[in-house]
Design a protein around this ligand. Structure first.
Ligand SMILES: CC(C)(COP(=O)(O)OP(=O)(O)OC[C@H]1O[C@@H](n2cnc3c(N)ncnc32)[C@H](O)[C@@H]1OP(=O)(O)O)[C@@H](O)C(=O)NCCC(=O)NCCS
Length: 342
């Protein structure tokens, strides 16, 4: 008979932390190249600045800084991390994955380590996987990192998505718990809509044409999907956790567009007293990093959120999505934003 590891009753997010690109790029710096304006970008997206990292900082540098801080905040030694899950779409190699190098850099030598390509859903996919791993006894401590340096894929002349994008990394440590403190993950994909957001040309075309790939989207289509379909997914995640919308205390959606966030709040039926993450205003859309960075900001700006019930949802290219309700970890103790040097 095959022996199985004993399962745990639940898993929890022990700590979340993150880092942003050091430069706050204002709308005015991007608007002329796309015949836009600070006013248009603010009113249509909510974005005032986006965080971008300098040429000397890589996606892996951001991931390492975020991972190190999350492990420290969890009170662990890196060697205690048994699995490293990295969500990213801005790693330059098809293989090897970036996660083993990240584990090595962090001192989590020997940890299971793999990348997931779920774009803006990457972090919430990772939390779902970490929850399952920990509960099944597959790992004691899992590090989930969402990291993207999107500025390396922007086209300054593109009006569809480039002006939204920033750089950053967010990380969480997931560990066992006496009861579930991470709700069931409601996740999925809609590959029929794959062409609506993502890389414009694949690397074969890039080599053949000598043109560097960039990102493009059909904004209005993605907007409607994000508002209507993702509100349904959010409601499913709340129900799967055995809760009702009035019990949600904090809402941390993917930071894609402030208008999407406001529409989702209404469609999910969240109360006026729910704390809504709006990191997009200063950070922009950082893809896989967006949800953990939004949590990191809430932790700094609103002490006392530890233990509160937060609904988090990631969605984007694929199209891929994932949502779950989590108990927020204790707030950071008065830290300032750490930004790797340029
Ligand atoms: C990209 C996005 C901000 C565009 O906003 P929008 O309100 O949908 O804008 P539309 O594309 O409908 O265009 C409305 C008008 O603004 C213009 N416009 C479009 N992009 C513009 C820009 N960057 N600057 C100035 N004007 C712009 C259009 O030409 C159009 O003008 P018209 O009315 O004269 O024809 C929005 O669609 C969006 O946020 N989409 C979803 C993003 C998302 O969630 N992505 C997820 C992947 S991470």
């Amino acid at each position: 008979m095959i022996a199985a590891r004993s399962a745990r009753p639940g898993a929890r997010v022990v700590a979340v932390d993150g880092v942003r690109g050091a430069e706050a790029v204002p709308n005015a710096a991007l608007a002329p190249a796309i015949d836009s304006s600070d006013e248009w970008i603010r009113s249509r997206t909510g974005i005032v600045t986006r965080a971008r990292a300098g040429a000397g900082v890589s996606m892996l540098d951001l991931a390492e800084a975020a991972g190190r801080r999350a492990i420290e905040r969890a009170g662990l030694e890196p060697a205690q991390i048994e699995a490293v899950i990295l969500g990213s779409v801005t790693h330059f190699s098809q293989t090897p994955a970036a996660a083993p190098a990240l584990a090595e850099r962090l001192g989590a030598r020997g940890a299971a380590a793999f990348d997931i390509s779920a774009a803006c859903a990457g972090y919430c996919y990772g939390i779902g996987l970490a929850d399952a791993l920990v509960r099944s006894g597959g790992a004691e401590h899992v590090l989930v990192v969402g990291a993207d340096k999107l500025s390396e894929f922007v086209d300054p002349a593109d009006r569809s998505i480039s002006f939204l994008l920033g750089d950053g990394a967010g990380a969480a440590v997931v560990a066992g718990s006496d009861r579930p403190r991470i709700g069931p993950t409601v996740w999925g994909s809609d590959g029929a809509k794959a062409r609506h957001v993502g890389q414009d040309i694949d690397f074969r075309e890039a080599v053949a044409t000598g043109v560097w790939p960039t990102l493009r989207q059909d904004g209005p289509t993605v907007y409607k999907w994000a508002v209507f379909e993702m509100a349904k997914v959010a409601l499913e995640a709340i129900a799967a956790a055995g809760l009702t919308p009035d019990q949600i205390e904090v809402f941390v959606p993917h930071q894609a567009n402030l208008r999407i966030i406001e529409q989702q709040v209404k469609r999910i039926g969240l109360g006026l007293d729910v704390i809504v993450a709006k990191d997009i205003v200063e950070t922009g859309n950082t893809s896989a990093a967006s949800v953990p960075l939004a949590i990191e900001r809430l932790g700094r700006e609103r002490p006392g959120l530890g233990g509160k019930l937060a609904l988090q949802i990631g969605f984007g290219a694929g199209l891929a999505y994932a949502a779950q309700v989590v108990e927020l970890p204790p707030a950071p103790a008065g830290q300032t934003i750490h930004q790797p040097n340029n």
